[in-house]
Structure formats: structure tokens, C-alpha cells
Ligand binder design. Structure first.
Ligand code: PDD
Length: 277
């Protein structure tokens, strides 16, 4: 297949980066994962806006306009004949002699992107997934979609080793988010999810869910909730670009509610499906 390397679309096998690229050495960059349904980007603009926001927040200036990049991504999807899958895109500060401080002078940022076929995770959406709880050991700028994912990786690995799909992270008593997803609880018909501040990523799927809740007058509280509230929840689900609205039916070997996806989760899955049609 094809990949983007800076301003060019080239063969994936020819896309090479420098061993002193700061993304490789320091994780000095940001990324996005964008869903492609029916050969078209879903919420592409929102992802591009977040990409720009993330990169500006660490002082990387995009070498091309957002419009330019969007056009290239469209072309990439087309050339790869991608119908159902994802685009992975990242930008790093570029290659320079290793030094923690930003390189002085003109260093050209390095943009790469490629596509991958990915089916809709029907079994998970239908049956729900198992999860574990783990302390959130990440830094205090989780709102930046940074390439530095060690905290997230270690959490996800712990989940995998326990036969689980996701790790739900908490800072002390407060639930933050999954290792690669946002987490929601439902209590007495109210949908509750962590407010979008520096402690979580402002998920684009989360924002779609919050918008459809508003449209359908499903009550929402965007606020911090606790381990105790999680344990007492009627329903729990997670959201992400690749996981859509996935029910959580087990947390640390304990069933959520009666252990099957609940009615509000089902309703939100339906409403989300309508959004992607
Ligand atoms: N992960 N929180 C974290 C830490 C994430 O990594 C993600 C996405 C989300 C959900 O964001 P969105 O709805 O915009 O996908 C929340 C992507 C899919 C990934 O790293 O693969």
C-alpha cells in the first residue's frame, strides 16, 4: 500500500525516517487515529482540529495547511482503496542531533500517515467486554494526543495479561479514562463521564455521544466520578474511534449490573450507528 511521508504519497516500504527523529528518540510528537467508513473519513475535521491543537500545544507548527493535509489523506484512502478501516497519522518535531531542548533554527517536522483495514468489532459491541482497574500513572497533560504512551501501554498490557479488553484508569478515587478510550457510567438514566480537562483526552467519539445525548434529551453529567460510583453503576461503557460504543460488562471479575449490556448503552449504540451512515 501507500503511505504519506511529508508532502508525498509513496510506497509504504519506501517510507523511512531518520534514527535521530525526535519522535523516535523522545516521543516528541502527536498523532491521530481516524475512522474510515464506506471509503470516507468520519469526523475528519474534528480529528484535524485536535491534531493541530495537540501539535501547537507542544510548539510544533504544521508545515502544511489543514486543508492540504485533509486532501492528502483523502487521496491516500483512495489510492489504498480503503473502504473500512483507519488512518494513522503522526507528526514529530523532526530530526536533529540528540538534545532534550528543541533544536535551534529550522527543523522540518516529519509527518507520516498510513491506512489499515479494520472491521467493526461486532462481537465486542454485541456482548460487551471485560476490564480491569488500574492506577493512572500518566502525566498531567493527557489532553495532548502525545506519542508518549508508556503509561497507556503498561495499563493496556496489564489488561491483556488478565484476559481483558481494556484497563480503566483512576487517580486515587477518581476515574479518568481507559488506556485508549473514554469511560462512561449510567446511573438512574443519567450518562456520566469525566469532564474534558488536562487529565483525559477529549475523545471525538465522546463528543459525538454527548451531542446525540443532547439531541435526544438523554441527561448527561460531565464531571469526575469515583470508584464507588463505578461499582454502583447500572451500566458502563467505553468509547473510541475504533471501539465506537462498547459495553463494559465486567470490571475486576465483578459483573456490571446483571452482566449484560444495558438499555441506555444499546440506545447510544443505535444512535451512534445512525451518525456513521
Ligand atoms: N485512542 N483516551 C485515550 C487515552 C485514547 O488514546 C483515545 C483514542 C481516546 C478516545 O478518543 P477518540 O474517540 O477521539 O478516538 C480516549 C486511539 C483510538 C488510539 O490510540 O488508537
Amino acid at each position: 500500500g501507500y503511505a504519506i511521508l511529508n508532502s508525498e504519497i509513496i510506497n509504504r516500504s519506501e517510507a523511512k525516517v531518520d534514527i535521530e527523529d525526535r519522535g523516535y528518540q523522545f516521543g516528541d510528537g502527536v498523532y491521530e487515529v481516524i475512522r474510515v467508513y464506506n471509503g470516507k473519513m468520519f469526523t475528519g475535521k474534528e480529528h484535524m482540529d485536535r491534531f493541530i491543537k495537540s501539535s501547537e500545544s507542544i510548539g510544533i507548527k504544521l508545515p502544511f495547511s489543514a486543508e492540504n493535509i485533509m486532501n492528502m489523506l483523502d487521496e491516500l484512502v483512495e489510492k489504498n482503496n480503503l473502504k473500512l478501516g483507519i488512518i494513522y497519522m503522526q507528526i514529530t518535531r523532526g530530526a536533529a542531533p540528540r538534545n532534550h531542548a528543541f533544536p535551534v533554527g529550522d527543523v522540518t517536522p516529519c509527518i507520516t500517515a498510513y491506512t489499515k483495514e479494520m472491521p467493526i468489532p461486532e462481537a465486542n459491541l454485541q456482548q460487551g467486554v471485560k476490564t480491569i482497574l488500574t492506577e493512572d500513572i500518566r502525566w498531567l497533560r493527557c489532553d495532548i494526543k502525545s506519542l508518549n504512551l508508556l503509561g497507556n501501554i503498561l495499563a493496556k498490557q496489564k489488561a491483556a495479561e488478565n484476559g481483558c479488553y481494556e484497563a480503566i484508569q483512576h487517580r486515587g478515587q477518581d476515574i479518568t479514562e481507559g488506556s485508549s478510550s473514554n469511560v462512561f457510567i449510567v446511573k438512574n438514566g443519567v450518562v456520566i463521564t469525566h469532564e474534558s480537562n488536562n487529565l483525559i483526552l477529549k475523545g471525538i467519539t465522546k463528543d459525538v455521544i454527548l451531542r446525540v445525548c443532547e439531541e435526544k434529551q438523554i441527561p448527561v453529567e460531565e464531571r469526575t466520578f469515583t470508584l464507588e460510583e463505578l461499582a454502583q453503576a447500572d451500566e458502563v461503557f467505553l468509547s473510541s474511534t475504533t471501539s465506537e460504543v462498547t459495553p463494559i460488562v465486567v470490571i475486576d471479575d465483578k459483573k456490571v449490573g446483571d452482566g449484560v449490556p444495558g438499555p441506555v448503552t444499546r440506545q447510544l449504540q443505535e444512535l451512534f450507528k445512525k451518525e456513521i451512515e
